[in-house]
Ligand binder design. Structure first.
Ligand SMILES: C[S@@+](CC[C@H](N)C(=O)[O-])C[C@H]1O[C@@H](n2cnc3c(N)ncnc32)[C@H](O)[C@@H]1O
Length: 230
């Protein structure tokens, strides 16, 4: 029921109505930004991912989880709030080994998880959409010491926005496949504010990179954060 009240459910429903999900070829590389082919790839998660336990929070149709499992030998779990998305991900990539898709809220999945991960990541997924004071400590709890959380979020200055003046979430919207929009709230922090929240949760900022997309405008579109559990 919870999942059906989110705009992500409407998003998945429109995608599903547009056509059945078919098996897809595995993407050639991992993408973190709004511009395919730009920015780092899977190497940002660590030099050797073979046999590593990796978790994606908000995996959607599963493209990047599939890439990490099939091309980098990681043992990947992708979690998504919307069961329809998980069904699509399984239709696209369910044939691959070492890849599991689970329907659930990222926070609940982390809280119920007892075996720690070698890396946790989110590509415009649950990080930024769930209260950081709850989600980040849960992520820390599920990471092995020395391991990484990597996430990309829409840049807080995208399309000429002003930086958030406080720690509260801001109104934003999701663009659906038919180009209509539905409202949602997003924790739209700049790198300094993410660093403060990461530190409170026992994670240390390793890098914060911003990326532009020349097709859109002169403002940065993506903020990519790497943080380490010490
Ligand atoms: C913009 S899509 C990104 C999907 C995927 N990471 C990609 O880049 O293709 C955001 C996804 O996050 C999922 N999501 C949103 N809130 C979530 C939560 N609290 N827990 C798990 N998944 C969530 C949505 O259902 C949606 O599939």
């Amino acid at each position: 029921m919870l999942a059906q009240t989110t705009p992500w459910y409407a998003h998945a429903l429109q995608r599903t109505a547009a056509g059945p999900a078919e098996p897809l070829p595995v993407p050639a590389r991992m993408e973190w930004t709004t511009r395919p082919g730009s920015g780092p790839g899977a190497e940002i998660l660590g030099p050797d991912l073979r046999r590593k336990r990796v978790l994606e929070l908000g995996c959607g149709p599963g493209h990047y989880a599939a890439c990490l499992a099939a091309r980098h030998g990681a043992r990947v779990t992708g979690v998504d709030l919307v069961g329809l998305q998980v069904r699509r991900a399984r239709s696209h990539y369910g044939r691959l080994a070492n890849l599991t898709f689970v329907a659930g809220h990222a926070l609940h999945y982390l809280q119920a998880s007892d075996e720690p991960f070698d890396a946790i990541y989110s590509v415009f997924g649950a990080v930024g959409l769930v209260a950081p004071e709850l989600l980040l400590p849960a992520i820390t709890h599920c990471l092995k010491p020395g391991c990484l959380l990597v996430f990309s979020v829409p840049h807080p200055l995208r399309a000429g926005r002003r930086p958030s003046a406080d720690d509260r979430p801001r109104r934003d919207s999701v663009v659906l496949p038919d180009r209509s929009r539905l409202p949602l709230v997003r924790w739209d922090f700049d790198a300094d504010c993410w660093e403060k929240h990461l530190n409170r949760a026992g994670l240390w900022l390793a890098s914060a990179q911003e990326f532009h997309d020349a097709r859109q405008n002169r403002w940065p579109t993506t903020l990519l954060i790497t943080a380490r559990k010490l």
